[in-house]
Design a protein around this ligand. Sequence first.
Ligand code: KDG
Length: 304
Amino acid sequence: MDVLCLGESMIVLAPAAAEPLRGAVDLHMGVAGAESNVAVALARLGAGTAWCGKIGDDPLGRRIRDVLDDAGVDCSLVQTDTERPTGVYFKDPGPEGTRVHYYRRGSAASTMRPGHLDGIAPPRLLHLSGITPVLSDTCAALVDELLIDRALDPALVSFDVNYRPALWPVSEAGPALRRLADAADIAFVGLDEAQTLWGTATADDVRELLPGTGVLVVKDGGNGVTAFEGGKSAYSPAEPVDVVEPVGAGDAFAAGFLYGRLQDASLEASMRLGHRLAAGALQTVGDLAPPPPPETVRAILEDQ
Ligand code: KDG
């Protein structure tokens, strides 16, 4: 297996016309979850990918499984909880951007705990995010086991900071997410997110704050992305797009970047593939967009 992504997946309901939720009549139902979004995008690019999480024994959990199965994601490690439901969230587009409303407290996924992946063969890469540690104390302990204690050694561990303000305050999230990102082999963070969490102003400031991260990827929205590796850094401008709905674009970027790295592509080429996938996600209401054609992927990665 190339990549294993672990985290909570949910059903997302979003106004079909990208209008405010309050007045919406038609909702689009999709499958969401930062880590499973990455898994779907990677599988569609052709990487051997598994997703691991916990779903409820309900139609929503089965829908998640169906969508991931259809995308070619290996779900054999997924656990089903017969007591607790699959989580749900709503997207609420508005003039100030899209807000999210979660219905996930006490969900099946919140009962994940250390030992969840005991006995599995280590993948080349394990992908985690900063959403999982806030789901419950046992989820936080699981992330520690995998990222700090490296239970799946020698797998590389990638970590998307993914600060979700609706789930925890900066005073708790700031130090917790810094510790995890600094221990990762590859970490993704938004420049605005880093500003909120750590008060940093520039990508260089973030690098200074996270000297332990192997490859650090600092994303500046529609402007571009700076990646650091060892003493080297590279900048890649974003693709200009008309944004329909932004949620999911960060996951798409992460998938493109990780796919590039798995193919031994340069930082620059990996960022370009990340941008291409993010552009697709920005132009769709759901979290998941169709992948670029294989010849486009090849051309992006060959142009080092
Ligand atoms: O990155 C997109 C995710 O935010 C979305 O799919 C839902 O995982 C999610 C979360 O916890 O916000």
